[in-house]
Design a protein around this ligand. Structure first.
Ligand SMILES: NC(=O)c1ccc[n+]([C@@H]2O[C@H](COP(=O)([O-])OP(=O)(O)OC[C@H]3O[C@@H](n4cnc5c(N)ncnc54)[C@H](OP(=O)(O)O)[C@@H]3O)[C@@H](O)[C@H]2O)c1
Length: 299
């Protein structure tokens, strides 16, 4: 078991969860951040992580963060252009530093995009999102590292917590209305970022079991009404659901609300995680209610 791990970047939701879980489980953690004096960076330092100031656009700074690590966990921002180049930089740096174990956190349904109804590489909404993830997974699989594991999480429970909630569901925290481009029967596959981190730790603890695995991650599938009830019970507020009509959703999409485009995808295609497949690894997963209560909504 390699005991020193680099987490890239440290400031993201998954990065923070991975750092906390790894340190709790006895690993030494190095991480790269752009701003070492931010509150998040200070928190990571207080947990015991060693911070390296750098940028995913700068291979040398990534190499510096990998100097003492045989293992790497990375989960990088979705972006039409940067995402691929950041992944290439990370994998090049990891090769240069002879990293042995790679854990990449991708997204559920990666590789399935050609089966999405209406798929067209040039015109499908957010086509780049799916092709990027597939390309990065391919890079991870073929880069020649002794051990690699791909985690494929569904929607993060933490998207309902502050500050993400304000971007993901504008109005939910302040007006208590969940406006969403779902139907009442749409179910959203959910996972706690702490559970993604638990899988990362398990893969590092037992590469012989996890290497070469591509693991879809979700714990529950909830409707918007069920989510509203849960959020209401935790926040102590009455949450209503507004199911956006196609016209209302189209207007928001035309204004550039990518989260509504994503909701339409969740409604029409969906993460479709086989919950039994996630459970079969024997890792104790966190019920959505528990994750929301632990991370307190803060709204
Ligand atoms: N949200 C979901 O429900 C969900 C579900 C499945 C998969 N995913 C995937 O998860 C990935 C995002 O992970 P996340 O949500 O954990 O991340 P996140 O919370 O969005 O954070 C991304 C971090 O990247 C850092 N960053 C951006 N540019 C950087 C650069 N040039 N150099 C160094 N750091 C940089 C930012 O740090 P600073 O700005 O603080 O410097 C930010 O904290 C995406 O690829 C997405 O597709 C998301």
């Amino acid at each position: 078991m390699s005991t020193s791990v680099t987490v890239l970047p440290g400031s993201g939701k998954q990065g923070q969860a991975a750092i906390s879980e790894l340190i709790e489980r006895g690993y030494t953690v190095h991480t790269l951040v752009r701003n070492a004096s931010s509150d998040i960076s200070k928190h990571l330092q207080s947990l015991g992580a060693t911070l390296h100031t750098g940028d995913l656009a700068d291979v040398k700074s990534i190499e510096a963060s990998l100097e003492h690590s045989e293992s790497l966990f990375f989960a990088i921002p979705a972006h039409p252009v940067n995402e691929i180049s950041f992944a290439e930089n990370i994998l090049a740096a990891a090769r240069n530093k002879s990293v042995k174990n790679i854990i990449y956190s991708s997204v559920a349904r990666t590789g399935d995009h050609e089966s999405f109804p209406g798929w067209d590489a040039d015109s499908y909404p957010l086509a780049w999102y799916w092709t990027n993830k597939q390309k990065i997974e391919d890079l991870v699989r073929t880069a020649g590292f002794p051990n690699w594991t791909i985690l494929r999480p569904a929607f993060f429970v933490q998207n309902f917590c502050s500050p993400e909630v304000n971007y993901m569901f504008p109005g939910l925290a302040d007006t208590q209305r969940l406006s969403i481009a779902y139907t009442p029967s749409t179910r959203l596959d959910l996972i706690d970022t702490k559970d993604i981190a638990k899988f990362a730790v398990a893969a590092l603890d037992a590469p012989e079991r996890f290497s070469g695995q591509e693991i879809p991650l979700a714990i529950e599938k909830l409707t918007a009404d069920e989510l509203a009830e849960l959020l209401g019970a935790i926040s102590g507020k009455q949450i209503s659901v507004q199911y956006l009509s196609d016209d209302e959703a189209a207007k928001l999409v035309a204004q550039g609300h990518l989260t509504v485009t994503a909701q339409q995808w969740q409604r029409d295609v969906g993460y479709c995680v086989d919950l039994e497949k996630t459970r079969q690894y024997g890792i104790t997963l966190t019920p959505v209610r528990e994750a929301l209560e632990r991370d307190t909504l803060k709204w």
